[in-house]
Design a protein around this ligand. Structure first.
Ligand SMILES: Cc1ncc(COP(=O)(O)O)c(C=O)c1O
Length: 361
């Protein structure tokens, strides 16, 4: 497994550049560029007095709100310290040792399985196919490799390609895997951008299906750490038993609850990202020798011209105060791949100009 560095390490970039984190524009982590909504900030202020108490270990109010929205019962949910905490608990709680990962994708699935002593196989989308998720290939592998896998990990929409697996394909996959008692773990950290393909409500019908969700990206609160797992109550309970007590702090619970209720912020975000993804994508595609792949999420995967390496271009952009995600460390991608978040019009214009300059040395 290649050594991976995530996007969003603003602190290190600022130290290396001798500036403050706030002097940088972060395109390397795909966070809502509107920042936390006013309702979230208000909820944070209002819940300050709760800091003198331990957080609610059941995150009761948040679980109730999630359950009302989905029609699942509260017992279908487990709130975690970011979806990352839950992802790392899953292989331990469910004894996952032989995972198939549908890639190229987020590197933490593999790391979490390794951490629990297991190993992973990858089935990778191809560049020639614009990184369309290789669902048929995955199904074939499951059919021919009976007993070779106990779990399939996939991310929908996929990070870092932005491609979506359609709900029809997912249902086929989950049914086939469930028959073979194989877990399907769907990471829906970016599903707000393609909600019609969510598998959340399907967890009540499929005992081997688990869905991971995050509040981090859409609600712009990565510093608070909160996400959740949805699955059948007995499975969720197995994971809960492995979770340290009071994992999810008071402020994170209050912020997530306020964010969920804020439909105006949701609408504004979706409109902004859709408009800017189209505009930025179009402008980037006009730059000669730059390949921009289709994306339904709040980021774009870009292939640089053959003469350039992602690490060099990322460094040149960093020197101008812009951080992008060098994707060359992600299994299944090449040294020429970078991912950029969709941000505000002004910031996206800055990025465009900086990329043009960086490509010309
Ligand atoms: C696909 C994906 N899943 C999960 C996570 C972890 O998110 P959280 O902040 O909820 O732990 C990330 C963070 O970058 C991600 O990109």
């Amino acid at each position: 497994m290649k050594e991976d560095i995530h996007g969003g390490n603003l602190y290190r970039a600022a130290r290396e550049r001798g500036c403050r984190p706030s002097d940088l524009v972060d395109f390397s982590a795909s966070i809502n560029p509107l920042g936390p909504s006013l309702s979230v900030l208000r909820a944070l202020r209002k819940s300050q007095w709760m800091l003198r108490h331990y957080p609610d270990p059941e995150a009761h109010d948040l679980v109730q709100a999630l359950s009302r929205r989905s029609g699942l019962t509260p017992a279908h949910y487990l709130i975690g310290n970011g979806s990352m905490e839950l992802l790392y608990l899953l292989p331990i709680a469910l004894s996952i040792t032989k995972a198939l990962i549908i890639g190229p994708t987020f590197s933490e699935y593999e790391r979490a399985v390794h951490r629990a002593g297991g190993h992973c196989t990858h089935v990778s989308a191809s560049r020639a196919d614009d990184y369309r998720p290789p669902i048929e290939e995955a199904l074939d592998l499951m059919r021919t490799g009976k007993g070779r896998f106990d779990t399939v990990f996939l991310c929908n929409p996929n990070n870092p390609t932005g491609r979506v697996i359609g709900k029809g394909d997912l249902l086929k996959l989950v049914a086939a895997l469930g028959d073979g008692h194989i877990w399907t773990i769907v990471d829906e950290s970016f599903i707000e951008f393609a909600p019609e393909h969510s598998m959340l409500q399907e967890v009540s019908k499929h005992p081997r299906l688990l869905v991971l969700r995050s509040f981090t990206k859409f609600y712009a609160i990565p510093g608070l750490r909160i996400g959740y797992l949805a699955g059948q109550p007995d499975v969720v309970e197995q994971v809960r038993r492995r979770q340290p007590p009071w994992s999810v702090n008071v402020l994170a619970q209050a912020a997530a609850l306020a964010g969920l209720k804020d439909t105006a912020y949701r609408k504004k975000t979706l409109a902004l990202i859709s408009d800017e993804r189209t505009r930025l994508g179009r402008a980037l595609r006009e730059i000669p020798d730059l390949q921009v792949f289709p994306s339904e999420a709040n980021f774009l995967l870009i292939e640089l011209p053959a003469s350039l390496r992602a690490s060099d271009v990322a460094e040149r952009l960093r020197d101008r105060g812009l951080l992008v995600r060098d994707c060359s460390t992600i299994a299944g991608l090449t040294e020429r791949m970078v991912r950029v978040a969709i941000r505000t019009p002004r910031e996206n214009d800055l990025l465009l100009r900086a990329i043009e300059a960086a490509l010309h040395g």
